[in-house]
Design a protein around this ligand. Structure first.
Ligand SMILES: C[S@@+](CC[C@H](N)C(=O)[O-])C[C@H]1O[C@@H](n2cnc3c(N)ncnc32)[C@H](O)[C@@H]1O
Length: 341
């Protein structure tokens, strides 16, 4: 494996406790090192857990994915946090794995067998589309003890940055998290069952088409949040009927989280969210909430709007807009313009 020197030494030249510089004990046996799978969160160092940070500070070597994990290490360094471990970048980006999974598994065992304290730093949570359990099992089968430090998954935290909860009293009480490659046809429920797609950009048009044909219908709200917590963070909001077109015209790129369901109407950027008293701080009574949100949303659609951050897309007005719909949409327009200037 290029870039690794499993000699049991750290970059500062110190050796793991009780080992010689070659990774062997004074009696000649090789001590087992350890592997800690740490969830780095969605890419903001503030969302790394304290336990994860402590593991990084104690590590001899960190095997890091690029998405989320590397930027967290860079932010910690910028903040003056001392991490002395060697960092090995296994460069996992969506659809692009310079080190294949088998190679990563073997690298972890190789490093730990040499007596090193290894942190495997993975984006989000290691057990949410992270192959964390595979890595854990592979190490354990080789006799390496593994600790898992859960992380903040992008599936929940990235929608939150756009003001979208996955559940909200009276609007949605359940959710499914799928990868864009999963069987979208099998997703249960309607707009009150939130769907979160990870790795869903490439298959978005297909997913939207399939879900629109079911109980959700073409008017079901959809949000795409690109690069949550990162420098390219951007929110695009439409419906199952408009989102594929919006995503193409905006050149939406991975990494992105797609949220489908009535909760999208609560997004900071959604048409008139929170503008008429049914605000996020004081949820309306459950029975009223869903009606209020969906009526706000359809008012905006009646007025012919699909909304995204920094860009207003006027779409064909299919039905005469109600006065309330126009007022609501105008208020959305002015607040969006104010925000994007
Ligand atoms: C292989 S999955 C890993 C998910 C990760 N284990 C987690 O819990 O967040 C990678 C996908 O997570 C999503 N993702 C991760 N970080 C993201 C971010 N900061 N912004 C938007 N999407 C993100 C994207 O859908 C991306 O394609």
């Amino acid at each position: 494996m290029s870039g690794t020197t499993p000699t049991g030494t750290t970059p500062t030249g110190t050796t793991p406790t009780g080992t010689t510089p070659t990774g062997t004990t004074p009696t000649g046996t090789t001590p087992a090192g350890t592997v800690t799978l740490v969830g780095a969160g969605p890419g903001d160092a503030g969302l790394l857990t304290l336990r994860g940070l402590r593991a990084l500070q104690k590590a001899d070597v960190i095997v890091a994915d690029r998405l989320g994990a590397r930027s967290v290490l860079e932010q910690l360094a910028d903040d003056g946090v001392q991490i002395t471990a060697e960092v090995i970048d296994v460069g996992k980006l969506p659809g692009h794995h310079p080190v294949p999974q088998d190679g990563i598994n073997e690298l972890l065992v190789e490093l730990a067998t040499a007596g090193r304290r290894v942190v495997r730093l993975k984006g989000g949570d290691p057990f949410v589309f992270g192959r964390g359990r595979e890595e854990q099992l592979f190490c354990e089968q080789a006799g390496i003890p593994v600790e898992v430090v859960p992380g903040v998954t992008s599936a929940v935290s990235v929608p939150a940055v756009a003001g979208i909860p996955l559940t909200h009293r009276g609007i949605a009480a359940s959710f499914s998290i799928l990868s864009g490659h999963d069987q979208i046809e099998q997703v249960p429920g309607a707009g009150d069952h939130t769907v979160v797609l990870l790795m869903g950009v490439g298959t978005l048009a297909h997913s939207a088409h399939v879900l629109a044909a079911g109980a959700r219908g073409v008017d079901c709200p959809v949000a795409i949040i690109e690069d949550g917590f990162g420098p390219r963070q951007r929110v695009t909001i439409g419906t199952l009927g408009t989102i594929a077109h919006l995503a193409a015209s905006r050149q939406v790129r991975s990494p992105a989280v797609v949220v489908i369901g009535d909760v999208v109407a609560l997004a900071f950027e959604a048409p008139s969210a929170g503008s008429d008293g049914a605000g996020r701080d004081a949820p309306p009574a459950p029975d009223a909430a869903r009606r209020t949100i969906s009526s706000r949303w359809s008012d905006a659609l009646d007025a012919g709007l699909a909304v995204d951050t920094g860009l207003i897309q006027a779409v064909a007005t299919l039905k005469p807009a109600s006065d309330r719909g126009i007022r609501s949409s105008l208020s959305s327009l002015s607040s969006l313009f104010a925000r994007t200037r």
